[in-house]
Design a protein around this ligand. Structure first.
Ligand code: T1G
Length: 704
């Protein structure tokens, strides 16, 4: 039951926020806190107030759920609490032990003194939700640490450890041990108010306030355009401009108006959807509760790009690994990769030499499989051939201890077929990392028909330890992300055959918000990868088979051979800048002529719709086939794994926001013009007919 605990210590009122799990300052909880602040104000025996948090956290900020509701004039919010503290004649301090984020830090900034334990972290991450700190943060932080530092602090939205926050000036004291006692003593020694609102705003040391217009205009230039994900950033900069140019009360009013604009905006709704969808991922309806196994040591089979990336990922999570490979050259290359990665982090100041050395030492390379006899999980990352993988798993099944999980990093092959050569199908699963494994945040956890609840619970716990965003997929060709990308790439290939230049198609995708277009992405992942998949499943790679075969014959495999769909030149963009190549356009023209595909004009709107709705329609199939659990899971896969712009919320959120009736009509139009592959999925047809959404369908499924 949420409550504000009230205790008095040496004439100081101690208020403890207790609203598990993160002491969210919801409307309801803010009303409780407001009553406690008002009671302290009217109690003459209370000389000062200290606020702290229970549940191992100070506060995770305002309750994000509340932003989808319409507060009434009677609703109390965190702003009402801060107004009461601001108006109080008594000094306030906070005793932070754990995270103080968003409204939690803004509550702290309204108080006079801020003490924190060393493990505490503070931050204003609102920008990640498409918001700005709407409880005075944009007005107080510039007064405390200067507008320039405040802009960086809020535009990045990152969290800072207590010591760093103290260096910045956000925290007054970092104290070991009982931070509440320290705060009570501190405020008894400093029984005076020190309200930030009374401080003069400033820009930065040595920069006069009349430089504000210049600083503000520069800031606006450094953030993405409003329609390209920068909507909240520009409003945040406007709020900070108010902080350095207007009296405090006016600045607070400006901040409130800007916040209201953002909280109602589509980008914020999309980003809040991503926030909650990510936290739904590990909730698997119908999965029995199970105690996850401890993963203390890992094995990796294959020292290639993927294998070495996976080993680095384990090392960074503090889990030692053994990499098995008999190919001397591959092992030497992998050792260079590992060494290079950790030295790079030393150069970036992220690691000390000693830390880098320790991490590097935690990865051992050998060709001796017996080194796997004590590992708790093995991840196979060998050549994408079922026969090779089956041989490996048969051997691992003999060698590894009975409790060891066996996982394949395959991107498309059948997990159950691999499991069938082992005596532990309950401990068998897919763990599909994305290249580069130590950088890409997405991990697809692929569930075999016999994968146990304990294995899945262990996989989710391991994913969190590896700092991955883990999404559960059923065992189906291409799982979730790759299955969708085949349709996306197929749509792009078809338009290229209809005479649209590759550069224009990629340009439309980039204008929508993708970091790169479908052809540049194909060059990055490798034309040979598509070729292999096309061999296994011509039905999913059909639209580009001719061109892909020709490119492979010409040894144009993509970026790695400096030529694929595009050309690449080391002198241009470090060899990563796609350069249109008329030779490839001609290949598409040849393929079109052979297939009898007529050239015709296509406008940008259709180019975008054929790319995005191909994803949406496949996503609908994946939902109805049960490959993906929820529409939100699909959105997370595509935002985290394939660069779908997060401020648009993912393909399924995009379709819901556009309206499934319109999406259905557009797909039906494409089906008439371009063939049955565009027929709307039955689920999409049903939802459009009944006026429902993917999100609503998902909720019903999750509670089925
Ligand atoms: N609102 C609502 N629910 C929240 C929440 C929040 N701010 N933070 C966490 N939860 C839920 C989460 O959905 C999950 O629910 C459970 O708590 C555990 O979360 C006015 C406008 C605090 C570092 O952006 O970064 O203040 O799944 O799995 O890994 O200016 O949660 O159990 O049902 O993430 O230990 C700004 C968001 C809000 C911080 C804890 N604050 N939260 O991490 O647990 S806007 C944030 C976090 C605001 C003011 C503005 C993390 C955490 P369930 P979890 P965790």
């Amino acid at each position: 039951m949420a409550q504000v605990h009230v205790n008095d210590r040496d004439g100081v009122r101690v208020l403890t926020l207790d609203n598990a799990p993160v002491n969210a300052l919801s409307f309801a909880f803010s009303a409780l806190l407001l009553s406690a602040v008002q009671a302290a104000e009217s109690d003459a025996s209370v000389k000062a107030v200290v606020i702290t948090g229970a549940n191992g956290i100070f506060s995770g900020g305002a309750d994000v759920n509340d932003f989808s509701t319409e507060p009434t004039p009677e609703t109390k919010t965190v702003r009402d609490v801060l107004l009461a503290i601001e108006a109080s004649n008594k000094p306030y301090a906070v005793a932070i032990d754990g995270n103080a984020l968003g409204g939690g830090l803004e509550l702290s900034l309204t108080c006079d003194y801020r003490l924190a334990t060393p493990k505490s972290k503070v931050g204003l991450p609102e920008i990640k939700l498409g918001l700005l700190p709407g409880a005075g943060g944009t007005q107080r932080l510039p007064r405390l640490i200067g507008a320039q530092a405040a802009l960086e602090f809020m535009l990045k939205g990152s969290t800072h450890a207590a010591e760093k926050a103290k260096t910045l000036g956000v925290i007054d004291e970092v104290v070991d041990g009982d931070v509440v006692a320290a705060a009570v003593a501190f405020i008894n020694e400093h029984p005076v108010k020190r309200r930030i609102s009374a401080m003069k705003p400033w820009i930065a040391k040595g920069i006069p306030n009349n430089a504000a217009p210049f600083i503000v205009s520069q800031a606006h230039k450094m953030v993405p355009k409003e329609q390209s994900g920068g909507f909240a950033a520009h409003k945040l900069i406007d709020a900070v401009e108010a902080a350095v140019t207007l009296p405090f009360a006016f600045g607070i009013a400006r901040e409130a108006r800007l916040f209201e604009e953002l909280v109602r905006s589509a980008p914020s709704a999309a980003l809040r959807h991503i926030f909650f969808a990510e936290r739904e991922l590990s909730k698997v309806p119908g999965l029995a509760a199970a105690e996850p196994l401890e993963i203390k040591k890992a094995g990796v089979i294959g020292a290639g790009t993927m294998g070495s990336g996976i080993a680095i990922t384990f090392a960074q999570a503090g889990i030692p690994s053994v990499v098995i490979d008999s190919n001397y050259d591959a092992v030497e290359k992998a050792k260079q990769t590992v060494f290079g990665m950790f030295m790079y982090q030393v150069q970036k100041g992220k690691l000390t030499q000693e830390q880098a050395w320790k991490l590097g030492q935690s990865i051992t390379f050998t060709d001796d499989y017996s080194a796997l006899d004590d590992v708790d999980v093995v991840i196979e990352a060998v050549f994408e051939s079922m026969d090779v993988k089956k041989q490996v798993f048969a051997k691992l099944d003999e060698l590894c201890k009975p409790s060891c999980l066996l996982a394949s990093n395959t991107s498309t092959l059948d997990i159950d077929e691999m499991a069938s050569v082992t005596k532990r199908p309950d401990k068998f699963l897919g763990l599909h990392f994305f290249v580069p494994a130590n950088i890409m945040p997405l991990l697809e956890i692929v569930r075999g028909k016999d994968t146990s609840a304990q294995t899945l619970a262990t996989a989710f716990k391991l994913g969190k330890a590896l700092r991955k965003t883990s999404v559960l997929s059923a065992n189906a060709f291409g799982f979730i992300g790759n299955r969708m990308v085949f349709d996306y790439a197929g749509a792009a290939g078809a338009m290229a055959e209809e005479g649209v230049s590759l550069a224009r198609i990629d340009g439309v995708a980039k204008a929508f918000g993708f970091p790169m277009g479908p052809f540049a992405m194909g060059d990055l992942s490798g034309i040979d990868v598509a070729w292999h998949i096309g061999k296994a499943r011509p039905d999913v790679v059909s639209a580009r088979t001719d061109v892909i075969n020709r490119l492979v014959e010409m040894k144009r495999l993509g970026q790695k051979t400096m030529a694929g769909y595009f050309k690449y030149d080391k002198a241009v963009g470090k060899g990563r800048e796609p350069i249109p190549d008329p030779e490839v356009e001609a290949l598409f023209a040849e393929a079109a002529a052979k297939a009898g595909v007529a050239k015709h004009e296509i406008d940008d709107a259709e180019i975008l719709d054929r790319l995005i709705l191909a994803l949406v329609n496949r996503g609908a199939y994946l939902l109805e086939e049960g490959v993906a659990l929820r529409a939100g899971d699909i959105d997370i896969v595509y935002v985290y794994g394939y660069g779908f712009p997060p401020h648009v919320g993912g393909p399924m959120w995009y379709a819901d926001a556009r309206g499934l009736k319109e999406v259905h009509a557009r797909l039906s139009e494409f089906a008439k013009k371009y063939g049955k592959q565009w027929e709307p999925a039955p689920l999409l047809t049903e939802l459009a007919r009944t006026g429902k959404t993917f999100a609503l369908y998902t909720k019903e499924l999750a509670h089925a």
